[in-house]
Design a protein around this ligand. Structure first.
Ligand SMILES: [Zn+2]
Length: 240
């Protein structure tokens, strides 16, 4: 058991070092992630706007075609108006002319509406585009910073991870899974006794437990924080 406790204590040391390395990157990894999400969101909005503009353009063009068609008809009707043979025919053709003129009026209004909506959407599209470019350039900058820092810390990280892999092979799986569970809940899983108290939460450890703990023959779990508490002797011995 003593060997296991010692290995766990070493494992915690390495993991704490890895935590420090991660911390030295600051909030850059998070910043990069949230910027990437923002960029994606703006790209989606741009796509939506573009689809809207395409629809407006299609509607505008359709209105334009319809106007031309009615204008053609008007020309034809007006020519026919001179050739009518009676009042009935005249009335019929006049009715057609009125309808075509009314339609041209309505369609022209629609054409202008589509045109206005489209140009407003285009303005917004341009705003989104410049916003996107701005965000993209910040993202690029932050990514480069992160890459730079990662390059610096890579060596350390590789060293600690190598040590960790070797160490883990010497500890049984159940113990590792226990360790991992405490670590994910508490950050630090293994602490040493400090001034007769738990080195993690600071709560006092009863003297009887301190004596038991120093025998290193079983795993002592702090009753308050659930961390594995090892003898303070471990802190004095070289771990590597
Ligand atoms: Zn504790």
């Amino acid at each position: 058991m003593e060997e296991t406790l010692r290995l766990l204590y070493q494992l915690q040391k390495i993991d704490s070092n890895l935590d420090d390395v991660e911390e030295s990157k600051g909030n850059l990894p998070e910043t990069v992630k949230s910027l990437e999400e923002e960029v994606l969101e703006i790209e989606n909005k741009l796509q939506e706007k573009q689809t809207y503009i395409d629809t407006q353009v299609a509607s505008r063009n359709k209105a334009d075609d319809d106007i031309k068609e009615f204008e053609e008809k008007l020309k034809k009707y007006k020519a026919q108006q001179y050739q009518v043979r009676n009042n009935k025919e005249y009335d019929a053709i006049t009715k057609e002319i009125d309808f075509a003129e009314e339609s041209v009026k309505t369609l022209t209004q629609q054409f202008e509406d589509f045109e206005n909506q489209m140009s407003q959407a285009k303005k917004m599209l341009e705003e989104y585009q410049s916003f996107l470019e701005e965000k993209q350039s910040i993202l690029k900058e932050k990514k480069e910073e992160l890459a730079e820092i990662s390059k610096e810390t890579e060596e350390e990280e590789t060293k600690y991870k190598g040590e960790r892999d070797k160490l883990i092979k010497r500890i049984n799986k159940d113990t590792i899974s226990k360790y991992t569970k405490i670590r994910s809940a508490r950050g630090k899983a293994v602490v040493a006794v400090r001034k007769n108290s738990c080195g993690g939460c600071g709560n006092r450890i009863p003297p009887q437990h301190i004596i038991e703990l120093r025998r290193n023959d079983k795993m002592y779990i702090c009753q308050h924080c659930g961390r594995i508490v090892v003898s303070d002797e471990f802190t004095k011995q070289p771990t590597d």
